[in-house]
Design a protein around this ligand. Sequence first.
Ligand SMILES: *[C@@H]1O[C@H](CO)[C@@H](O)[C@H](O)[C@H]1NC(C)=O
Ligand SMILES: *[C@@H]1O[C@H](CO)[C@@H](O)[C@H](O)[C@H]1NC(C)=O
Length: 352
Amino acid sequence: MSFSNPWWMLALLSALLTIIPTAALSSSSGASAVAARLPPNILRSSKDYHLLEVVPHDKTSFTDRYERFRQQGLTYYNGHIYEGTGLEEESHILQHDPADKMTTLNKVPVKPRHLFGEGISYYYIWKTDGNGHRVKENRLIQLTWRDQVGFIYSLPDLKVIKEFKYDTTTGEGWGITFVEHTNEFYVSDGSEYLMVWDAETLEEKRRITVVFDAGSQNVTVNLVNELEFIDFTSDHTCMPEISENSSNADSSSENNECPKSAQTSAFTSSMRILANIWYQDILVSIDPTSGWVKKVYNLNDIYPVSQRHEDGSDCLNGISVTGKQPLIGNSGVQVWVTGKWWPNMFRIQLID
Ligand SMILES: *[C@@H]1O[C@H](CO)[C@@H](O)[C@H](O)[C@H]1NC(C)=O
Ligand SMILES: *[C@@H]1O[C@H](CO)[C@@H](O)[C@H](O)[C@H]1NC(C)=O
């Protein structure tokens, strides 16, 4: 999310930490009609992650605060991490090299400059070339905060291919992630809903409500922010390989494609939408079909609050898969995480 909050607003939100009753909300998931931040007992849940690597967030401008960008979204493609940044007149897409301490390789401004960039996601479409061959076209999609306009860029060169209009329940765009198995995007807008868009038409197909089973009650979880699709049992062999030269490295390599069985339209029980909740240093692992929160990862101590940007919004924000296999054991998913103004990115392995 996007605005800076005065300290008293944060204090108020903290005071309302558990449950904010709202009459207006209803839920399709059997939840009671409450919107809630997650109950405090959840924040004491076990960590269930391994910290694998810490790298500077933006090596090229690391020492200059004003050169730093406000992080709004992360995504992975072909060995590189792409970052969407926000604020009017300051929004960019950055391309970083995780194999070289996240050195920034490319920086493209969002235009027109008054737009406030939000979530981004790698995705691809299949096209037929002049010879009748199927060609994979790699792309990046970007939302903006309040202008209801998004952009599609070519990869890896980040040229705008097209601009599109969209709507959400709040009228805002927050997070977006591509689900290859169903050829869909999951989109967040700061509410408790995830909108599911057809990746080709960008039309909304359905909507799910994020719900947490807190024992004595089911609570809807609002302020759902940055999203990332993960699969805990993916064999990882079909992920794009890291290559020295990324330029179109995988655009025609059929060898890198996922086996057909991995591209069925059904979700498996190991698939999750990973989300962070605005203002909180947690990741929730959401069942992509039902919206139920299956697990909460507490990243509270990964970057001390005392070192953060003063504007109060400097919380966890930014999740991307890494393209790497689990490092510890055979299970788990590696992700990069960071925060709004955090000077570092953290590579962690999540345990399901
Ligand atoms: C929570 O929702 C589930 C599924 O709809 C339901 O079985 C359960 O009874 C609910 N729990 C509470 C406390 O209402
Ligand atoms: C990799 O990129 C460099 C610099 O653009 C180029 O000189 C070199 O030929 C490329 N190598 C391959 C294998 O494409």
